[in-house]
Write a protein that binds this ligand. Structure first.
Ligand code: SF4
Ligand code: SF4
Length: 364
């Protein structure tokens, strides 16, 4: 397993995590077996906005004995009183639900207590007016919640919540369909969405990725907005290349799904390569580096994707990015303008020119 360190919390988080979606429909024995297998193979992060109440008991059974090795995202606002997923901003219901979830999970603390699913300004107002935010902050004060998170599909709302300075972790829907303005949750322009990811990286807010396959749409040529299916591994790599992203959380239902997910770790660069997306890039981001490294190998030995990522982050206010850049063995100034990357880039980035700009910016 590969891990990424959360800049604010220091947590060491596996790049592959568990979305729980429909695991509640799986018989308990099979679900618990799948979860244990995930943990044994290094997965340590799980989201608990699940479709059904039974999921919590499954997690309690699978992970009670290794609780400290797992990180849970628990949502203040998800309501399972009917046995199925529901959504509420009523404080008393949320309190009852959090008590119940902790009991089912066989734990007395939450790693990331989430403000659940904010997509409209009125949701955020209701959340505060009803005292839910205060309740979450009180639990943090008492040590029962370690860090605060937010789940949203909407860049404008996410920005608004980030402005409070309270948020450590953002759960956001990242995939090529939404980023390129296709689908129900394609909120915000491509450049607005990318600016949000960069802001998270710059401020040390981690991103956990929900809906990496756009609810499965991207995996089927008949439903993909690009008329062409992508693979799970292309979608996961796409999300992992975005600034701020720590972990991707595809929904798993059973052992076969977990094994399929873990296959990403041994997939070849060709299997992960999503450069086909260059054909579909919207106008407002064509010519923007997406850090995919499809243009490798660079004859001068430059890591083109990483150099570009550090540059964009530094330019958007990430104070650590210049340091990271300074530690690279080969800097933009080593570019020999051979033009190989210009020809190879499916996203139409004039990279050899950009390397001059980057070298001038950092002075090396
Ligand atoms: S220049 Fe193009 S191919 Fe190279 S990392 Fe950037 S987007 Fe990818
Ligand atoms: S133009 Fe520069 S960065 Fe691009 S491949 Fe050639 S040497 Fe590498």
């Amino acid at each position: 397993m590969e891990y990424r360190i959360h800049k604010k919390t220091g947590d060491k988080i596996s790049i592959l995590g568990l979305g729980t979606s429909y695991i509640a429909d799986t018989p308990e024995k099979d679900a618990v077996e799948a979860l244990i297998y995930a943990h044994e193979n290094g997965i340590n992060y799980a989201d608990l906005a699940t479709a059904g109440a039974r999921t919590f008991g499954y997690y309690g059974t699978a992970f009670a004995s290794v609780r400290k090795e797992m990180f849970y995202q628990v949502h203040f606002g998800a309501n399972y009183e009917t046995g199925e997923y529901g959504w509420t901003t009523k404080l008393e219901t949320i309190k009852r639900q959090i008590d119940w979830m902790l009991t089912e999970l066989k734990t007395d603390y939450i790693d990331y207590g989430f403000i659940h699913c904010l997509d409209a300004a009125s949701d955020w107002q209701a959340y505060q007016k009803h005292g839910v935010l205060d309740y979450l902050l009180d639990m943090k004060q008492a040590g029962a919640v370690r860090h605060i998170g937010l789940s949203s599909h909407t860049p404008a709302l996410a920005r608004h919540a980030l402005d409070t300075g309270l948020i450590d972790q953002l759960m956001f829907s990242i995939n090529a369909a939404y980023d390129y303005q296709h689908g129900d949750y394609a909120n915000g322009s491509a450049s607005e969405r990318m600016a949000l990811y960069r802001r998270c990286e710059a401020e040390g807010v981690g991103i956990s990725v929900m809906k990496p396959f756009s609810g499965g749409q991207l995996l089927d040529a008949n439903t993909s907005p690009f008329g062409q299916a992508l693979t799970q591994y292309q979608c996961i790599q796409y999300a992992l290349d975005k600034p701020g992203v720590l972990t991707v959380l595809p929904g798993i239902r059973d052992l076969a799904d977990v094994k399929q997910l873990l296959g990403f770790l041994t997939a070849s660069p060709e299997e992960r390569d999503y450069s086909i997306l260059g054909t579909f890039t919207p106008k407002d981001v064509t010519g923007t580096c997406v850090y995919c490294n499809h243009c490798q190998p660079c004859p001068a030995g430059l890591n083109v994707g990483l150099i570009n990522k550090y540059y964009d982050l530094a330019a958007s206010g990430d104070t650590m990015a210049a340091d990271h850049y300074g530690k690279l063995e080969k800097k933009a100034s080593a570019c020999v303008s051979c033009g190989h990357c210009d020809k190879r880039c499916p996203f139409h980035v004039a990279q050899s020119e950009r390397m001059k700009e980057i070298a001038a910016y950092f002075g090396m």
